[in-house]
Design a protein. Structure first.
Length: 87
């Protein structure tokens, strides 16, 4: 008679998890929930990066071409005019 496999120990209703080999990227992407999470994370990252790049161009473009016309001050050494008061 072949030996019987040992039953996993149980503490209450939760059995002890057996050590499993880590999943590859292909195996993780095959899980539908993780695939949708990865795709939505990529899309959100792409859109926010695109917004950051395009908004700067929009803000500093002249009003004549449809921008906001912000002035560009590079290398200004004047500290900001901020006065903090303590309560």
């Amino acid at each position: 008679m072949p030996p019987q496999p040992k039953k996993a120990k149980s503490y209450g209703s939760f059995p002890i998890a057996q050590a499993a080999a880590p999943l590859s990227a292909r195996e993780l992407f095959a899980i539908p929930f993780l695939r949708s999470l990865i795709i939505s994370g990529f899309a959100l990252s792409f859109v926010t990066t695109a917004f950051d790049a395009v908004f700067v161009l929009f803000a500093y473009s002249p009003i004549e071409v449809g921008g906001l016309g912000f002035s560009v001050r590079i290398g200004s050494r004047k500290p900001p005019d901020i006065h903090l008061t303590h309560p």
